[in-house]
Ligand binder design. Structure first.
Ligand code: SF4
Length: 388
């Protein structure tokens, strides 16, 4: 591994595990910018960036914090990301933020937003917006553009700024570069999965949740060059599409297992919100309309949005074929309702198409991976044997 690539990945890991958000604090001190936290899955980061805030991904505490206070706010059967995000707030980890933005992905996230409002409204600016669920409705894009304009105007005013449309167009341009670099990294991973392990790719994307986009773009470009220069030997294994980790993120140790046992992911939906658009957005014209229309037209399938034109089941089969994958690996957070409801539908379609699949459930505070290792190894061996 090149020294530069190794150093960048080590930094990504450090940033990802740092629940004190020291890099965010330091960025605020250096630049005078504010910081806005956002909950997954998709959030219009361009609005926060252009209004003078560092967008900060808040998707739980991983295995870095103990849940001692947040349990009192929820029932037992709820995903970890909701509990640990509340815990981060209750323990003061999020005091570095000026505000927090949520949107409607599921009932658990909606409840979390209201709990934040109730518990932290004196510390944090709170915003909640609705992403339309009817992409074929002409009024939906106009509604969303109006929501974006409302939020941008409010955020800019809090920074004492006027809502500058050119600044917003410039931010769209920066995030276009970011998405394009992700597309190129994912393309390389599909072509040469042995050179771009899923855990490393995931760390790179996660680091973008706390780094300024300008710096993350440089990091992605450098790492892309580093991965391209690798020439790891081909190893026996199977090509899989990973589905189900669009919100709560699996422990990195679980993702490292995939490569270790020869389960090479050639596509995944980890932090899919960072890759929501498969084309650049226009950087001229009305930026609110550009962002809203891109969201409505995006063909990216996800369990947290309704897309009647592209059924998610058929889209999964298409991804398997496009990436020449041999199987699907479902990696779901425990108690993730949108994901686990879809699993039933996916499973039927994959069985109809003769595509093998395996389900692994995870939670943030997962310390032993022996069971997952055994299941993965058995699955890979059974497929290798079947394809010999
Ligand atoms: S992991 Fe699933 S259930 Fe939990 S907040 Fe995310 S989408 Fe909702």
């Amino acid at each position: 591994m090149s020294g530069k690539l190794e150093a960048a990945l080590a930094r990504c890991r450090e940033l990802t595990e740092d629940m004190s958000f020291a890099s965010v604090r330091s960025h605020k001190e250096k630049t005078g910018d504010g910081a806005i936290g956002y909950f997954p899955v998709y959030s219009p980061l361009e609005l926060y960036h252009a209004a003078g805030y560092l967008p900060v991904a808040i998707h739980g505490g991983g295995n870095q914090i103990e849940i001692t206070a947040a349990d009192s706010r929820f029932g037992s059967f709820i995903c970890s990301v909701v509990k640990s995000t509340m815990e981060l707030g209750m323990k003061g980890h999020l005091d570095v933020l000026d505000g927090m933005v949520f949107h409607d992905i599921c009932d658990s996230a909606r409840n979390l937003a209201w709990l934040f409002e109730r518990n932290f409204k004196n510390k944090l600016f709170m915003e909640y917006f609705h992403l339309p669920q009817k992409p074929d409705d002409a009024a939906a894009a106009a509604f969303l553009a109006g929501e974006y304009e409302r939020i941008y105007t409010k955020l800019a005013a809090l920074r004492g700024r006027r809502p500058d449309l050119d600044a917003l167009r410039k931010s769209i341009g920066l995030y276009n570069i970011n998405r394009d670099l992700h597309r190129r990294l994912y393309k390389l991973r599909s072509e040469r999965p042995q050179d771009v392990p899923t855990a490393e790719l995931s760390l790179l994307t996660r680091a973008g949740g706390v780094l300024p986009v300008e710096e993350h773009n440089v990091m992605l470009a450098d790492c892309l060059a580093g991965f391209e220069a690798r020439g790891n030997k081909h190893r026996d294994g199977i090509r899989v599409v990973v589905e189900g980790s669009f919100c709560e993120q699996p422990p990195i140790e679980l993702l490292e297992l995939l490569d270790a046992v020869g389960c090479f992911a050639v596509d995944d939906d980890l932090l899919i919100g960072r890759r929501w658009f498969d084309e650049d957005l226009p950087v001229t014209g009305n930026p609110f309309a550009a962002l809203a229309e891109a969201y409505m037209k995006s063909p990216v399938p996800s369990s947290v949005r309704h897309n009647p034109g592209v059924p998610r089941t058929e889209a999964l089969v298409e991804r398997v074929r496009r990436h020449k994958a041999q199987a699907v690996l479902f990696i779901y957070a425990k108690f993730c309702e949108p994901g686990l409801f879809d699993y039933v539908l996916f499973k039927d379609v994959l069985e109809r198409e003769g595509i093998p699949h395996l389900l692994i459930e995870f939670e943030e505070k997962m310390w032993t991976f022996d069971k997952a290792r055994m299941e993965l190894e058995t699955f890979v061996e059974s497929q290798l044997f079947a394809y010999d």
